[in-house]
Design a protein around this ligand. Sequence first.
Ligand code: HEM
Ligand code: ASC
Length: 219
Amino acid sequence: KRNFNIMARPVTLLGHLVAISIAVLILVWILHFREGVAFKSDNKLKILNLHVLLMVIGLILFGGQAIMAYKSIPAKKYWRKVVHLGLHAIALAAAIFGICMSFKFHHDIQLTNLVSLHSWFGLITVCLYGLQWVVGFFTYFFPGAESRRRASLMPWHVYFGIFVFLMATCTAELGLLQSLDTWFLLGHTQENLIINFTGLLIFLYAATVVLTVILPPLY
Ligand code: HEM
Ligand code: ASC
């Protein structure tokens, strides 16, 4: 009889490839089709672009890699865990800084904050992400809960981890959709194609990351 078992490690390879493709597309979009990034500039769109870059590369790409760490890193469990929480810390820091950039953009051009569905999703996502990180850290790393508590919280940790990661990808899709002058751009322009392909790849990334969680590890 044939055996249809698929192990997670090869799927994490696809996850890395998709992540690199998203990084390339988003960099081409922001550096070539838009005006690049800046923390301080008279061209306020550069500050908004910094927000986009931090959210996609920081929160989504690093966050997904953090989740896949238990299936992608060929090392002992302890080191996988250190990579898992470390990459999540980078993702969270980028997300908090990235949110600040969107508020700075709104402040500088005197736009009202928290109007769009994208902004509501984004704020909820980052709050839940921070909560997930803190609870995960104290339960599973330092000082660590007793083993029965660790075990009983694990399904919740995995469920909320997937949930908040998917919320982050939804927020990014809403952000792409809203990309300022979308209506002006509509048409078969190169920039429009890049935005759409980025959105498709983010969806494929989410599908891949969640699949690695469900598949058994390859030792
Ligand atoms: C799995 C710890 C933060 C999402 C795990 C596991 C541990 C852990 C011990 C179980 C791995 C296993 O037994 O195979 C931690 C610690 C964190 C943290 C110490 C923070 C300091 C996060 C965050 C997220 C997250 C912020 C998501 C936003 C997940 C997911 C899994 C997981 C989806 C399942 C991975 C799999 O089974 O392939 N984490 N975690 N974790 N964690 Fe975390
Ligand atoms: C941990 C860890 C796990 C869980 C397990 C309880 O710290 O690495 O896999 O807690 O002990 O499910």
